[in-house]
Ligand binder design. Sequence first.
Ligand code: B1M
Length: 209
Amino acid sequence: MSEQLLKITNCIINGDDEEIVSLVKEALDNGISANDILNKGLIPAMDIVGPRMESGEMFIPEVLMSADVMKMGLDEIKPLLNDSDISTAGTVVIGTVQGDLHDIGKNLVGMMLEVSGFKVIDLGVDIDANTFLEACEKEKPDVVGLSALLTTTMSAMKETVAAIKDKFKDVKVIVGGAPVSEEFAKVINSDGYSDDAGGAVMLCKSLIK
Ligand code: B1M
């Protein structure tokens, strides 16, 4: 089992878009759960890509290829994680804040919310506060989820929380992403923080209840 998961991890690191789908299918055929493929095959790849990017061992085009292959892997397991066809849990608008192009973690959060029965409206990356406000007006979400991966975009997160809280008193705002912390989430007056996708689902459930 671990050898197959290692192959998936390496496939993402190498940006190999030809192999990923067959490797994930093969792992599933051999009885490895979609959950294990996610947590032990796909996600660990980025823990290796990150330091390599930092040390200059990998360049941005290569990291982008790895990110694309990661998405292909995620798409392959997504239907298998889906145990609910009807979205009843609530509506969540999510997006990565202005100035920030990272979307893998945000996509994972969106995917976990969807498979947990939420209707998810994903605005994408580099989303300014006004666009979040427009989405609140149009979609009437229960929760807005903001993601940030750069320390430099944490200020955009703060501004976005303030803008939403100012205009939409009933909408809960949750935040997450690698540089974000529980403490920061409190300081910027958000309604909650999670350090992973599963926690974000729990958080949304508790806030909507
Ligand atoms: Co960038 N990048 N990147 N990058 N990148 C980081 C974040 C960095 C830590 C790498 C490093 O130097 N070690 C560093 C940030 C340093 C800092 O600010 N502290 C960095 C940098 C510096 C940059 C650039 C500035 C590089 C440059 O151009 N010189 C540039 C900025 C571009 C921009 O955004 N304006 C840049 C660009 C890129 C790529 C485009 C090449 C690519 C992104 C591709 C994409 O996303 N489509 C990329 C990548 C892939 C990374 C790393 C390697 C991986 C991020 C990732 O996807 N992790 C990253 C290093 C690392 O994190 N190891 C790095 C996997 C993902 C599953 O985890 O996103 O943390 P994560 O999400 C988790 C949790 O955080 C949480 O749940 C998720 C699942 O568990 N979570 C939430 C996330 N959002 C949440 C929201 C919630 C709740 C939980 O509620 C709403």
